[in-house]
Structures are given as structure tokens and as C-alpha cells.
Design a protein around this ligand. Structure first.
Ligand SMILES: [Zn+2]
Length: 119
């Protein structure tokens, strides 16, 4: 059975709720870790804390980007352009949408873009 775009929209809505929760949690964790609060004075803990903050910050950034992509995909659902590649205008493979429901690009354009990014 093939997944329909309506079902994928449902997946996106669920994903958006999950991501919003994760971002809120990471932001809260960020505040707790703030070295300005004098939370810890132990030298041995320092590397761990810096490491945690780095992970948190990069995870938080990744989650925010993902959340934006999901939001944009939901906008496209509302406009009726969901599942259409924003680069070439062709339909994106439903199998690709099942794997990455928030992708704005078909596989070919995504590969082309990655390729250009590396050059
Ligand atoms: Zn394309």
C-alpha cells in the first residue's frame, strides 16, 4: 500500500509537535548549563560540561532547522504544492517522502545540490 500525501501531512504534524518539545527541552537544558551561574567549580567537570554544551548547541541548531523544514513542508501542504520539488517542479518520489517527509527537493536535485555544495 502506498502512503498518501494526506498521511504524510499527518506524519509532519506529529513530527512538528515532537520537534517543538525537543527544542523546548534543549533550550531549558542550555539555561541550566550556563557557566555564568557558577553551577560547578570542579575543573574535572569542565570538559564534560563544555562537551555537553557543544552537543546541545549543535543538536538544538539541527532541531531548529528540522522544525523550520517541517513547518515549510506543512505550508506547502496548505498551498497544495507539497511533494513537488522546489527546484525542478517535478513530483518527488513518494518513497523519498516516506523517508524524509519534509524534503523540499527530489532525489536528483538534492544530489545535485550536495554536489555543488562540495565543489
Ligand atoms: Zn527536482
Amino acid at each position: 500500500m502506498t502512503t498518501t500525501k494526506a498521511e504524510l501531512q499527518g506524519v509532519l504534524i506529529g513530527l512538528q509537535a515532537e520537534l517543538e518539545q525537543t527544542v523546548v527541552q534543549l533550550e531549558a537544558a542550555d539555561e541550566l548549563d550556563d557557566p555564568g551561574t557558577g553551577y560547578t567549580n570542579h575543573q574535572a567537570d569542565h570538559a564534560t560540561i563544555v562537551f555537553d554544551q557543544t552537543v546541545n548547541a549543535s543538536t538544538l541548531n539541527a532541531m531548529r532547522t528540522r522544525l523550520r523544514q517541517v513547518g515549510e513542508a506543512l505550508d506547502r501542504c496548505a498551498e497544495g504544492t507539497y511533494g513537488i520539488c522546489e527546484e525542478c517542479g517535478n513530483e518527488i518520489d513518494i518513497a523519498r517522502l516516506e523517508a524524509i517527509p519534509y524534503t523540499p527537493l527530489c532525489l536528483r536535485c538534492a544530489e545535485a545540490r550536495d554536489y555543488r555544495a562540495r565543489v
